[in-house]
Design a protein around this ligand. Structure first.
Ligand code: SF4
Ligand code: FES
Length: 247
């Protein structure tokens, strides 16, 4: 396959940035999208040009690093997969593909297609955990009976990989789907109840400080989320936040 790529190039956080055209040949349908970018970078390096910076780590849909906006969609045209799981068979010979970084004030561009998602880490540090007293008499988590439905629902919320597609897709750059998944995974388990009020208040406070927008229930985040995190999590987040305020 021969493709026309239009890629966002930006030298650093203060550079204005621009779309640059590239032609690439020899792309196979079985290549992943990131392997196609690897091929492009090999060609650029061979010509003495600077390769395109893009984020990746696991390349199997687990780490949430491969944050690319492809033809106007977070993680590209497929559903329930990350960019690294997208295959080039989804495109046709001669196609033009626009490749951009996540666009959100809270995710500033570091270089080319790489954005700074450390705002998510600061939200997590504000409460996305449980504290366990390891006094020597700590009860093993497995000895606490949990209804199967609650365990399954908590697990579903915990599948959020923190990729940021929900923020990139939202017209308000809201981080509500991410924060709700992180709050709901604990809200559904007895171990999460002790710090529930503090957790939700602190995480929402940091979410607001970091400059993420408000949720207006459009639902685009749920559509583009590679892990299928449902809007039900946002309902749980709102309930947890209201109960915390009333305490
Ligand atoms: S909720 Fe979905 S889209 Fe948002 S960070 Fe988690 S996995 Fe990514
Ligand atoms: S590189 Fe890890 S999810 Fe894509």
């Amino acid at each position: 396959m021969k493709l026309n790529l239009k890629i966002w190039r930006q030298n650093g956080p203060n550079d204005k940035g621009r779309m640059v055209d590239y032609q690439i040949e020899g792309v196979e349908g079985d290549m992943s999208f990131l392997e196609m970018l690897d091929l492009l970078n090999e060609n650029l390096i061979a010509k003495g040009e600077e390769p395109v910076a893009f984020d990746h780590d696991c390349r199997e849909g687990i780490c949430g690093m491969c944050s690319l906006y492809i033809n106007g969609e977070a993680h590209g045209p497929d559903r329930l997969i990350t960019t690294c799981q997208l295959h080039m068979r989804k495109f046709k010979d001669g196609d033009t593909i626009y490749i951009e970084p996540w666009r959100a004030n809270a995710f500033p561009v570091i270089k080319d297609l790489v954005v700074d998602r450390s705002a998510f880490e600061r939200i997590q540090q504000a409460g996305g955990y449980i504290s366990v007293n390891t006094s020597g008499r700590t009860v093993d988590a497995n000895t606490i009976p949990i209804p199967k439905k609650d365990a399954d629902d908590a697990f579903d919320s915990a599948t959020c990989i923190g990729c940021g597609a929900c923020v990139a897709t939202c017209k308000n750059s809201s981080a509500m789907l991410f924060v709700s998944a992180k709050v709901a995974q604990f809200a559904r388990l007895p171990q999460g109840k002790v710090e529930a009020a503090r957790r939700v208040q602190n995480m929402i406070a940091v979410m607001d400080e970091e400059g993420f927008g408000s949720c207006t229930n459009t639902g685009a985040c749920e559509v583009e989320c590679p892990k299928g995190i449902s809007l039900t999590n946002i309902a749980i987040l709102n309930k947890e936040f209201l109960s915390a305020q009333l305490k």
